[in-house]
Design a protein around this ligand. Structure first.
Ligand code: SAH
Length: 242
């Protein structure tokens, strides 16, 4: 981790992702769900905010699955994370597949927001809010990082009985598509909570999508059911407000 004192970070969460770092790019490994959902989320983001030539920030980028795909779609992408190992893997993979327009940096969203406010056309923060102690602070940092009128995309997991049964019991214990302990129930984020964090940060909700998994076909799809996995698209107001 870098020298700045990090406050909004759970070291155990970072260790969890660092331990699995060598597995990021195995399409049949622990991160298979992220590989599977990647074309869906990329197409959704690109449909709302055509990425070509835009300045994009990917917060909590991990091994770079979405980061790289956005660079290949023509964006100039910066990926940030606090897992040194995940970033190393991300950097090596980008070199291997010769993806350009892509840089990685080890820092938190809050730190980067202090250094480079209003610098990006699009900010993505996917499957990360449910791993931090204070998700509202990350949402605020993302809002500070995006330019006025720019887009901020989040995805996370809802917190209710169904999401507990599907995303934790089902995915980690029954189907075993995720390692046990990947998600903690108490840290999951309800859409109403995320909407409130966005409102506080002057991000206007534009669209939301749910995500479903069919265990028979082993396929993910986007739908309108946000009861388990969901994504939201928000936009910062054009007029500057502090
Ligand atoms: N966004 C990627 C990876 C999601 S996994 C994708 O969807 O493909 C969650 C990632 O969040 C991990 O790489 C983990 O190291 C990172 N993370 C967790 N807490 C963080 C924090 N406080 N700051 C930055 N990254 C964090």
């Amino acid at each position: 981790m870098n020298k700045t004192v990090q406050t909004n970070v759970d070291a155990a969460e970072i260790a969890k992702f660092s331990d699995l770092a060598h597995r990021w790019w195995d399409p049949n490994g622990e991160f298979r769900p992220l590989h599977e959902i990647n074309p869906l989320r990329l197409a959704w983001i690109n449909g709302l905010a055509p990425l070509r030539s835009l300045q994009v920030l990917d917060v909590g980028c991990g091994g770079g699955i979405l980061t790289e795909a956005m660079a290949r779609a023509g964006a100039n992408v910066t990926g940030i994370d606090l897992s040194t190992k995940a970033l190393r893997v991300a950097q090596m993979h980008a070199m291997e597949v010769q993806t350009e327009n892509l840089v990685y940096e080890e820092c938190s969203a809050e730190d980067l927001a202090d250094r480079c406010p209003q610098s990006f056309d699009v900010v993505t923060c996917m499957e990360m809010l449910e791993h931090v102690p204070d998700p509202a602070s990350v949402v605020q940092a993302c809002a500070n990082l995006v330019k006025p009128g720019g887009w901020v995309f989040f995805s996370t997991i809802n917190r209710n009985l169904k999401s507990f049964l599907m995303a934790i019991v089902g995915a980690e214990y029954v189907l075993r598509i995720l390692p046990r302990g990947t998600h903690e129930y108490a840290k999951l984020v309800k859409p109403s909570e995320l909407a409130a964090y966005c409102r506080q940060a002057d991000l206007n909700l534009c669209e939301s999508r749910g995500m479903s998994y069919n265990p028979l076909t082993q396929r993910f799809a986007l739908n309108n059911d946000s009861s388990v996995n969901y994504l939201i698209a928000t936009r910062k107001s054009r007029a500057f407000s502090s």
